[in-house]
Design a protein around this ligand. Sequence first.
Ligand SMILES: CC(C)(COP(=O)(O)OP(=O)(O)OC[C@H]1O[C@@H](n2cnc3c(N)ncnc32)[C@H](O)[C@@H]1OP(=O)(O)O)[C@@H](O)C(=O)NCCC(=O)NCCS
Length: 126
Amino acid sequence: MDVIGHGVDMIEVARIARMVERHGHRFLERVYTPSEQAYFKDKKRIFEHMAARFAAKEAVLKALGTGWSGGIGWTDVEVIHEPSGRPRIELHGAAAGEARERGISSVLISLSHVDKTALASAIALG
Ligand SMILES: CC(C)(COP(=O)(O)OP(=O)(O)OC[C@H]1O[C@@H](n2cnc3c(N)ncnc32)[C@H](O)[C@@H]1OP(=O)(O)O)[C@@H](O)C(=O)NCCC(=O)NCCS
């Protein structure tokens, strides 16, 4: 396995809270998959987890080297939550296609968040 790309992203938690207040359900549906939304349900610091996943999606796009081009949507990059708590990336739709074209077979992700900031680092392997 070779490292093909690396991306990081950092985001203010308050930015996500504002988006949810302004656009509510529409924002959540556009950005997060049903399984990501289910993960938020019982969380006390819900906006931190949302912000971390928002950062994860942007970090993955950087690792793929595409940016938000070629019709990639937010839900094409999904953060899966393993029983251990470890996050894992699944790519769908246009994001999966772009990854295949670049010879990327998997993307490692790591998340971190505090009250004001969330951060994600993604490494594309292939
Ligand atoms: C993983 C761990 C080091 C996180 O460190 P932290 O400084 O508390 O928190 P951070 O904000 O830096 O990281 C949180 C993120 O770590 C990630 N994470 C959690 N468990 C993980 C694991 N086993 N391996 C890799 N990443 C993990 C998650 O993505 C989490 O964010 P999310 O809940 O939004 O998905 C710590 O929670 C830990 O040791 N967990 C092991 C399981 C555990 O003890 N669970 C009880 C928690 S109350």
